[in-house]
Design a protein around this ligand. Structure first.
Ligand code: ARG
Length: 576
């Protein structure tokens, strides 16, 4: 784009900052962020600046006087008029001519005006990360869907992303698993449903260890052998990992999720002793009842055990080894971990210790609450992979019933294809459209609703716009909308334009605060404004020029919805 890809909020905030600095030279703090944000109510303009209130204290002037100074400054090209309101707000009304030209640039840009602030920057995103030989629970599923959206958002913003599936593939359960496998495995079951079979074996082996001390000793011995590299045990462990991954991969394929790295905890095993030595050298670790612990009083956190009294390294030690390894190998600016809320303390402790060790990398724990699922979908013991697959099957079946009703003329294979996209999209969107940190209950009615904030609603909106564009081509063969300028004559067109120009900010913001739901909210709002526009403004009946301008707006809405949904990992079938 000729103006350089920079978002509306940046354009307006930069201008306001410059204007404050010019109006009060030497007294306005250099680092002032003049945060210009969208207004909640459009009678107060399209954007507003609230900085006068904060500046009043620094400048010892009334907020209204400061706001008036801003409103009197030479306006930027994007703004038609500025207005002082209330105790010292400045309301911005965008210039329709400017918006029209800007939208024409956006339409010619395949990135739709979204900048690439991530260019030259690296981030590691640790997500999904299920445990080998155990079913994925709902926490892993949310981590997969939310983590993948953050992955896509960062990539689109130009970041070099390393999506790392940090498998739980190392731990004390492997001794019991190896014993169990040798004695109770059913090879056919292991082939057809490996995780169910491993779980069955594990439970049996665990129960036996409770009543038979010799069994427990033998399991411990197998674990030691595994850790010392015994070829037979290594091969068995490898097979558990591979079989589990095969099952996880089936889910990832259905969800269209892929990773750059699939490194389990085992990958960092050799680095564990080094971490302890480093902690000792830096005098960060103390002995306590045989265990090695780090005190985190300054951080007001409980002590963190890094090595247990039996000499075994724990989860915290593994994460310290992992983060230092990632920092060395990839030099990321940030590492993002996506897990459920139950791991908050763990990550606070790990991050605090990493900082004490001198690690400068920004470490972020994106946590989410556990989603409640419909009765019977998941077992009370947190559900398993097969049942997750059933949830996806059910989503596709229910979507198929809807597609058959809405598009009876479509051939069966196509109906199934659309139902897949709608069903999977519905499950993902039900998760992504919620604030990750709030408690939500999944219901089929809401996820698959054709009206309301759901994937099917947005997917149908895209398909309906596509058919409007088809109709134009049918009725006006040879017509070329792009040969006509965009005009924003009607209030509804203007309103739509304002929304369209907010797309880059929605994408940047969702990534910045790790909340894909902000993008979902934006898309839903855009589709509602579009729907008001489409229902109230004559379209194919409008005169030449106006008609083409409206076709161009439709095309832009469709492109923004498609791009936005793709960034959330949701497909948009051409026709529904
Ligand atoms: N495997 C862990 C679990 O299932 C999640 C791992 C998250 N990532 C990490 N680096 N600790 O709870």
């Amino acid at each position: 784009m000729s103006d350089g890809p920079i978002t509306m909020e940046q354009i307006l905030s930069d201008w306001a900052r410059g204007a404050f600095l010019a109006a009060y030279p030497g007294t306005v703090p250099d680092g002032l962020s003049a945060g210009v944000v969208p207004t909640a109510d459009e009678q107060f303009g399209d954007y507003q600046c609230n900085a006068a209130m904060a500046l009043a204290k620094v400048l010892k002037k009334s907020p209204r006087e400061i706001a008036a100074a801003l409103a009197a400054a030479a306006r930027p090209a994007a703004v038609e008029r500025l207005e002082v309101a209330g105790p010292g707000f400045v309301n911005f009304f965008l210039d329709p001519e400017w918006m029209a030209r800007r939208l024409e640039q956006v339409q010619a840009d395949e990135r739709l005006g979204v900048p690439e602030p991530g260019r030259g920057r690296t981030v590691v995103i640790d997500y999904s990360s299920p445990n080998v030989a155990k079913p994925m629970h709902i926490g892993h599923i949310r981590s997969t869907v939310i983590g993948n959206a953050l992955d896509r958002l960062h990539r689109f913003l130009g970041w070099r992303v390393l999506a790392d599936n940090h498998l739980g593939d190392w731990g004390t359960q492997f001794g019991l698993l190896i014993m169990g496998f040798r004695h109770f495995a059913d090879p056919a079951a292991y082939e057809s449903a490996p995780i169910d079979e491993l779980e069955r074996i594990y439970v049996k082996s665990y129960d036996k260890s409770k009543e038979d001390p010799a069994w427990l000793d033998a399991a411990r011995a197998e674990l030691v052998k595994l850790q010392q590299g015994d070829a037979g045990n290594r091969a068995l462990w490898q097979s558990f990992v591979e079989h589990s991954l095969r099952e996880f991969n089936r889910i990832y394929r259905r969800l269209d999720v892929s990773f750059d790295l699939v490194r389990g905890e085992s990958h960092y095993n050799d680095r564990l002793p080094g971490i302890i030595s480093k902690l000792r050298e830096q005098e960060l670790v103390r002995e306590s009842e045989g265990a090695l612990v780090v005190f985190l009083e300054d951080e007001k956190l409980p002590v963190c055990i890094v090595r247990k009294s039996d000499g075994a390294y724990n989860y915290a030690a593994t994460d310290l080894a992992t983060v230092t390894s990632r920092a060395e190998e990839f030099q990321p600016e940030a590492v993002i971990y996506v897990t459920d809320e139950r791991q908050q303390l763990h990550f606070r402790q790990v991050f605090a210790i990493a900082r004490k060790m001198g690690l400068a990398t920004r470490l972020v724990h994106v946590w989410f609450g556990l989603m409640r699922l419909p009765e019977g979908t998941f077992s009370t013991r947190q559900g398993n992979v097969i049942k997750l697959e059933r949830l996806l099957d059910e989503a596709e079946e229910r979507a198929l019933a809807i597609v058959k009703e809405t598009s009876p003329q479509m051939d069966e294979a196509r109906q199934r294809e659309v139902a897949r996209a709608v069903g999977i999209g519905a499950v993902k969107y039900a998760d992504l459209s919620q604030n990750p940190q709030s408690l939500v209950t999944f219901t089929w009615e809401k996820a698959l609703a054709l009206e309301g904030n759901s994937a099917p609603y947005l997917q149908y909106a895209c398909a309906r716009i596509a058919s409007v564009l088809d109709k134009y081509r049918e009725r006006f063969p040879g017509g070329d909308p792009m040969a006509h300028p965009i005009r924003l004559g009607e209030p509804l067109e203007r309103r739509l334009a304002v929304r369209l120009l907010r797309f880059p900010d929605a994408v940047v913001r969702a990534a910045e605060v790790y909340k894909p739901n902000l993008l979902a909210d934006y898309l839903y709002e855009l589709s509602q404004v579009y729907s008001a526009f489409y229902q109230n403004v004559p379209f194919l009946k409008a005169g030449e020029g106006v008609r083409e301008s409206r076709v161009r707006l439709c095309d832009l809405v469709m492109k923004v919805l498609r791009r936005g949904l793709t960034l959330l990992g949701i497909e948009t079938p051409d026709r529904i």
